[in-house]
Design a protein around this ligand. Structure first.
Ligand SMILES: [Zn+2]
Ligand SMILES: [Zn+2]
Length: 120
């Protein structure tokens, strides 16, 4: 099948935005622009990295916005080019667990008792 994608028209830049679903050129453009892609002319665009002088994208990776290389940080994988941060999946699982830790428990001199804002 043929699916519209957005590519960067700057020399050497390999940035490409692939939408999750084939939603047509208009929707593609709106989605891409919400991520920082910029229209140059009616038919040419520049990627978020080049738009802020962090391009051209020379190394491809897992970035969902520009397909650039991502680097792992504590709070997620960050694109080297457009700077978007993709949260680690493990962190999302941890957050689920953390939400239950200590909820509604108040530490008193007699030990932890049920209480706190969630129970009042
Ligand atoms: Zn670019
Ligand atoms: Zn990127």
């Amino acid at each position: 099948m043929i699916r519209p994608v957005m590519t960067c028209d700057r020399d050497l830049c390999q940035a490409i935005y692939r939408p999750d679903v084939d939603s047509g050129a208009d929707v593609l453009e709106r989605a891409a622009r919400s991520y920082g892609w910029r229209r140059l002319t009616a038919t040419s665009h520049t990627c978020p990295g080049c738009a802020v002088s962090r391009g051209p994208v020379l190394e491809l990776g897992d970035c969902p916005v520009c397909s650039g290389r991502t680097l792992d940080h504590a709070d997620g994988a960050q694109c080297h080019y457009c700077r978007i941060v993709i949260p680690h999946r493990d962190d999302l699982d941890d957050l689920d667990d953390a939400a239950w830790d200590g909820r509604g428990v108040v530490n008193t001199k007699d030990g932890p008792v049920v209480g706190g804002d969630d129970w009042s």
